[in-house]
Design a protein around this ligand. Structure first.
Ligand code: NAD
Length: 297
């Protein structure tokens, strides 16, 4: 199986990044979205991403122009996949929307097309049947700002063909990713299976009054050599996302400590302390205390 033509469905935050990344690495890419307004927005997003390629990757005008020349957009689903070797789905994280999309797609895509979902929190087995080609379906999960945070977690469901899986591992490498294969389905993949409990443990120490965030971060940084601690990481992830994850956990199993974490994060949000994005979270930006040379003294 060789991948040449790639279709990206959904041109939002992640879809636009995936499309440009694949085009930049030489693939022909067609972007599908539901209406022209979404695609117009995507064109502006492509320009912003290209500016980041110039800054972060020192990409030259020629390679950016070449990437754009390999990139097309359409609102016609059948036309978008007619030659596709691979379709990457990056549409809203909503099971009903994704299921309906795969049913429509199954009716118009050629038999050869592999389907990959970029879902963050759902499992490929939930949609395998709707794709009409379970053996050619798996998850290919990117991180936001994929040109810098170039992880690609590749996760099949029990019915994914091994050759299809290997093809997608090779494709991920071909577009500049570090390919991270998972041998079985795991909610939250590898990264969030590690990160969510880690951040929860740090939040529990804070909410329980055991130590303050700076002391907890110092402990982690000094003892492991990590450049950031859990609270600096929470600022990067964003307090709203952290709040939502904790709120879901507290709703599922309310215990006093979880409820306290939720209340503390809610208070931060109410004060506009949303993390790096708003200029303040656990630290103040652009020069957070943890980056100071004497932080670990
Ligand atoms: P987004 O809301 O920014 O973009 C979604 C896009 O899908 C929009 O352009 C919308 O018009 C389009 N869309 C809606 N319905 C559609 C349909 N039926 N067919 C085609 N397009 C449709 O969302 P996002 O943040 O890019 O997330 C997309 C997927 O990527 C989700 O599954 C999410 O879990 C995953 N993801 C997101 C991030 C992130 O940091 N944002 C990171 C990793 C994975």
């Amino acid at each position: 199986m060789t991948i040449k033509n790639v279709t990206v469905a959904g041109s939002g935050v992640l879809g636009a990044q995936i499309a440009l990344q694949a085009a930049y690495h030489g693939f022909r890419v067609t972007v599908y979205d539901i209406n022209d307004a979404a695609l117009d927005k995507a064109k502006a997003t492509f320009e912003r991403i290209a500016a980041a390629y110039r800054q972060d990757l020192h990409a030259g005008d020629e390679s950016i122009a070449a990437a754009f020349s390999r990139l097309d957009t359409t609102t016609d689903l059948a036309a978008s996949v007619k030659d596709a070797d691979l379709l990457i789905e990056a549409i809203p994280e909503n099971p009903a929307i994704k299921t309906a999309f795969y049913q429509q797609l199954a009716a118009v895509a050629p038999a050869k097309t592999i389907f990959a979902t970029n879902t963050s929190t759902l499992l490929p087995s939930m949609f395998a049947e709707a794709t009409g080609r379970p053996e050619k379906f798996l998850a290919l999960h990117f991180a936001n700002e994929i040109w810098k945070h170039n992880t690609a977690e590749i996760m099949g469901h029990a019915g994914t063909d091994k050759a299809v899986f290997d093809t997608i591992v090779a494709f991920a490498k071909d577009i500049g990713m570090i390919a991270l294969p998972l041998h079985k389905e795991q909610p939250a993949y590898i990264l969030n299976s590690l990160l969510v409990p880690f951040l929860s443990a740090a939040s529990a120490l804070w909410a329980n009054g055991v130590a303050d965030p700076e002391t907890i971060d110092k402990t982690w940084m000094a003892a492991t050599g990590a450049p950031v601690g859990p609270f600096a990481t929470l600022d990067i992830v964003g307090i709203t996302t952290a709040y939502n994850i904790n709120k879901m956990a507290a709703d599922a199993a309310p215990d006093p400590l979880k409820l306290k974490i939720v209340a503390l994060m809610k208070a931060m949000i109410d004060e506009g302390k949303l993390g790096v994005a708003s200029g303040e979270g656990f630290y103040k930006y652009p020069d957070p205390a943890y980056k100071a040379s004497d932080f670990l003294k």
